[in-house]
Design a protein around this ligand. Structure first.
Ligand SMILES: *[C@@H]1O[C@H](CO)[C@@H](O)[C@H](O)[C@H]1NC(C)=O
Ligand SMILES: *[C@@H]1O[C@H](CO)[C@@H](O)[C@H](O)[C@H]1NC(C)=O
Ligand SMILES: *[C@@H]1O[C@H](CO)[C@@H](O)[C@H](O)[C@H]1NC(C)=O
Length: 490
C-alpha cells in the first residue's frame, strides 16, 4: 500500500477575480540526497478561493523511516514564477496543514442495476463506503460520472472503471451484461481524462483530445455513422477535425468543444422537438446528424466547455458567456421561445451582471457559478432541484387562459441565487438532484425518491443540506445515484 497525502493550501493573499496558476510538486525521496526519485506535479487554475485540495498518490511504500516529502508551491502571475514555499512532511508527523489521508469512494441512491458497485441491487439512502469487492482502483479518482443506470470512474492515471447497467454496452467492456461491482477496462491504449454519461451511452475524452464512445446508438449518439444500434466496444469519433477539450452527453444527444473553441453536436435526441419547433422549415443539421456537426453561432466567441440536459444544450464560452439552445419547456433557456434552434446568449443581468465560470446541467435544470462565486439555478424545480424556496414562476406560462391542457405548459423560472452554495468548489447534477462541495463539506438537494440526497430519507430536499460528515474531494451523479470520493484521515 502506498500513502495518500491530502494537501490543503491556504492562499494568504486575495487576488480578486484574477486567475493565478499554482503548481504543486510533490517529491517522494528515500533520503536527503536523492532528489530525483519521484516527482508528481499538477497544475491548478484558481480564482480567489482561499482553500483548495491537491491530490497526489505516492506509489512507493512510505515506511516509517528514511522517507520524507517536500511540497513546493509555485505561484505564476503573468510569466513570473515565484516560489511561495517548500514544506516538508514526515509520515506520522504531518505538518499541520498537511494530513495523511486515505481516499474512499462512497456511493448511494438508486441501485437497480448495481450502479453503486456494491455487488447488490438495493437502493441506499445514506452514503456508504464501498468495500473491497474484488478489484478496486489503486490510484485516486479524478472524475466520477453516472448515466441512467451506470457509473464511470476515471483514475488520475487515466484508467476507466465502471459498473451498473450495461444492456447497450455503455460500460465499454465488450459485452452487454450488467456489472454490479467496479470493473477495470476497457483497455484503451490511451489515457482517459474525462467522461460524460448519457442515459445509456458514454463519451470518453482522452489525453490527446480524442473522443471515444460506447453504448446505445439508437439515436446516433455515438457520433459514428455506420455502426449498428449499439456498441459495447468504445469506438472513435472520427469527424472532429482537431483535439477536443470538453464533451457532454445528454439523454440522447452529445456535444463537444474543440481546442480552437468550436462546438459540435450529434445524435437525434432533439430532432422531434426541433421539427415541432420549426414547423414546415427544415431542421438545422446539428439536430439531425449522427456524426458531429458544427453548431453555428459561435463565430465571434471561443467556446470552452459544454453541458447537456435531456433536451437542451449549454456552452460556456471565454469571457464567461453562457449560450443555451434546444428545449425551453422548463425555462432552461430563460427566454420566451418554446425551443431555440441556435445558441442564445444568456443575459448576464440574470446572473447579477457577472460572467459565469462554470455551468452544470441536470435533465431540465441548470446551475451556474459566477466570477465572484455566486451560484444561480434555473429551469425545472418540481423536485426541489433548484435548491431555493421561491416557487417556479408559473405566471409566465405560455398558454391561453381558456385552454385546460396542461401538457407542454411552458414553465419559466429565471436564474435565482442560492446563497448556501456561495463559493461552491464543485457541483454535480443528476437528473433531478444535485451534489455540491462548499467549504470542504458535501451538500445535496432535489429529488430524493431513491435516497440519492443521502440524508437517510426519501423525501425531496428543496434546499441544499449538508450530507453527514464526509470530506468530499471529487463528486459525481448519475440520473438517480450519487458518488463521492472522500478523504478519510488515518
Ligand atoms: C470534465 O469535463 C467537465 C465538462 O467539460 C469539466 O467541467 C470538468 O472540469 C472536467 N473534469 C476534469 C477533471 O478535467
Ligand atoms: C438584458 O437584461 C437587461 C435587464 O432586463 C436589459 O436591460 C437588457 O436590454 C438585456 N440585454 C439584452 C441583450 O437583451
Ligand atoms: C415571473 O414572471 C413574470 C412574467 O415574466 C415576471 O413579471 C415576474 O417578475 C416573475 N417573478 C419572479 C419572482 O421572477
Amino acid at each position: 500500500m502506498g500513502v495518500h497525502f491530502l494537501i490543503w493550501v491556504s492562499v494568504l493573499k486575495a487576488y480578486g477575480s484574477f486567475k493565478c496558476v499554482y503548481k504543486i510538486e510533490l517529491y517522494v525521496m528515500n533520503d536527503l540526497s536523492d532528489k530525483s526519485e519521484q516527482k508528481y506535479s499538477q497544475r491548478f487554475f484558481m480564482s480567489d478561493q482561499s482553500v483548495f485540495a491537491a491530490r497526489f498518490w505516492c506509489e512507493r511504500t512510505l515506511g516509517n523511516r528514511n522517507c520524507f516529502t517536500t511540497v513546493s508551491l509555485i505561484q505564476k502571475t503573468g510569466s513570473a514564477l515565484r516560489q511561495c514555499g517548500t514544506f516538508c512532511i514526515l509520515p506520522g508527523n504531518p505538518w499541520k496543514q498537511i494530513r495523511n489521508m486515505e481516499f474512499c469512494l462512497y456511493a448511494w441512491g438508486a441501485n437497480s442495476y448495481g450502479q453503486l458497485g456494491r455487488g447488490d441491487a438495493e437502493d441506499l439512502s445514506d452514503p456508504r463506503r464501498l468495500g473491497r469487492l474484488g478489484a478496486m482502483p489503486s490510484v485516486p479518482l479524478r472524475v466520477l460520472r453516472g448515466g441512467g443506470g451506470h457509473t464511470v470512474a476515471i483514475t488520475e492515471d487515466g484508467e476507466v472503471w465502471s459498473c451498473g447497467q450495461n444492456h447497450r454496452g455503455q460500460l465499454g467492456l465488450g459485452h452487454t451484461s450488467d456489472v454490479s461491482t467496479l470493473h477495470p477496462g476497457p483497455a484503451l491504449k490511451q489515457r482517459v481524462v474525462n467522461v460524460s454519461c448519457g442515459w445509456d451511452f458514454t463519451l470518453f475524452l482522452t489525453d490527446c483530445g480524442q473522443v471515444l464512445t460506447c453504448g446505445s446508438n439508437a439515436f446516433g449518439q455515438l457520433g459514428v455513422a455506420k455502426t449498428s444500434t449499439h456498441s459495447a466496444e468504445p469506438v472513435r469519433v472520427e469527424s472532429l477535425g482537431e483535439p477536443v477539450v470538453s464533451v457532454a452527453a445528454g439523454l440522447r444527444h452529445a456535444l463537444a468543444v474543440t481546442d480552437s473553441g468550436c462546438v459540435y453536436q450529434w445524435g437525434l435526441g432533439l430532432l422531434t422537438h426541433a421539427r415541432r419547433a420549426v414547423g414546415p422549415n427544415s431542421v438545422p443539421l446539428h439536430f439531425n446528424s449522427q456524426v458531429p456537426v458544427r453548431v453555428p453561432g459561435f463565430d465571434h466567441v471561443t467556446a470552452r466547455t459544454v453541458a447537456a440536459g435531456s433536451a437542451h444544450c449549454v456552452c460556456l464560452a471565454g469571457g464567461g458567456d453562457v449560450f443555451l439552445w434546444g428545449s425551453n419547456k422548463y425555462g432552461q433557456l430563460t427566454t420566451n421561445d418554446c425551443f431555440s434552434t441556435y445558441p442564445a446568449l444568456l443575459n448576464r443581468s440574470l446572473l447579477d451582471g457577472e460572467g459565469a465560470t462554470h455551468v452544470w446541467s441536470g435533465w431540465t435544470h441548470l446551475v451556474a457559478k459566477t466570477e465572484s462565486g455566486k451560484v444561480f439555478t434555473w429551469g425545472r424545480g418540481n423536485y426541489g432541484q433548484l435548491g431555493r424556496t421561491e416557487p417556479t414562476n408559473h405566471s409566465a406560462v405560455l398558454q391561453s387562459d381558456d385552454s385546460p391542457v396542461v401538457e407542454d405548459v411552458k414553465e419559466v423560472s429565471f436564474p435565482g441565487k442560492v446563497d448556501a452554495l456561495y463559493g461552491a468548489e464543485q457541483i454535480a447534477c443528476g437528473s433531478e438532484h444535485n451534489l455540491a462541495i462548499v467549504g470542504n463539506r458535501l451538500f445535496s438537494w432535489g429529488w430524493n425518491e431513491h435516497g440519492m440526497c443521502g440524508d437517510g430519507s426519501q423525501t425531496d430536499l428543496p434546499r441544499p443540506q449538508p450530507v453527514s460528515a464526509l470530506r468530499p474531494v471529487v463528486i459525481g451523479c448519475g440520473a438517480g445515484h450519487s458518488l463521492a470520493l472522500c478523504a478519510v484521515a488515518w
